[in-house]
Design a protein around this ligand. Structure first.
Ligand code: PLP
Length: 235
């Protein structure tokens, strides 16, 4: 299937999942996870109507930005971000989805202040408390909210999570539901500088479950572009 056909099929599944959950399908954004895919594939996905692109690696982001690959849609950073690389990301992307530690908040603040910009971010939650994954724990996040007023050049737009891989939809829904509840609880607290507008969760294998539990942004790679080829030199 072509990228356009894949995107159309995903759109149909988004509508189906949203209807089942009694939600407006337009309230769910489709973010193309573009890692390992070249500028031409990215452009094809944009022509097919994805709402935004998410890049994982700074090098790939820089390369594809220089090729004008994301023209027409917002670009997000969704991968692990090293503090020594924030300069190549802050002010270059519309949203950094993967803010996972206080040191990174500090580095983003410093760079955003230097450029005199406001950087939109999501806070990543390690919802399954997995050692292999980064993100704030559901306990830690409350302390982070307390100090966000120290970061005037950062605007928190919501939460992102990559839950554990589950064998069945009942288990994965438990994590997605927990994320949704957390987002509602944080919104109710009305902290300065915090807007819970985006709940970024759901990937190729589980986005229907995520939509059912309140996701407003799904990040989809494989289902759009096909299996990733990591051996190919990155564009
Ligand atoms: C690669 C990636 C995705 C998409 O994963 P697929 O299973 O290929 O849809 C989503 N989010 C993040 C953070 C990723 O790195």
């Amino acid at each position: 299937m072509s990228i356009a056909e894949n995107v159309a099929a995903i759109r149909a599944q988004i509508i189906d999942a949203a209807m089942k959950a009694g939600r407006d399908p337009k309230s769910i954004l489709l973010c193309a996870a573009t890692k390992t895919n070249d500028a031409e594939a990215v452009r094809e996905a944009i022509r097919a109507g994805v709402d935004c692109c998410g890049e994982n690696r700074v090098q790939e982001l820089t390369e594809k930005l220089s090729q004008n690959a994301y023209a027409g849609v917002p670009v997000h950073f969704i991968g692990h971000l090293q503090t020594n690389k924030v300069r190549q990301v802050v002010g270059k992307v519309d949203l950094i989805q993967s803010v996972d530690r206080i040191k990174l908040l500090q580095a983003i603040q410093q760079e955003a202040a230097r450029q005199n910009v406001i950087q939109d971010v999501l806070l990543e939650i390690n919802i399954g408390n997995e050692d292999s994954k980064s993100g704030f724990s559901t306990k830690e996040i409350w302390q982070i909210l307390e100090v966000l007023s120290d970061f005037p050049n950062i605007r928190v737009k919501g939460l992102m999570a990559i839950p554990p891989i589950c064998q069945n939809s009942v288990d994965s829904r438990k994590f997605f539901q927990e994320m949704c509840n957390l987002s509602v609880d944080i919104m109710a607290k009305k902290s300065d500088n915090v807007f819970m507008e985006i709940l970024s969760m759901g990937m190729s294998g589980d986005f229907a479950e995520a939509i059912c539990c309140g996701s407003t942004m799904i990040r989809v790679g494989t289902a759009i572009f096909g299996p990733r080829n990591y051996s190919r030199p990155h564009p």
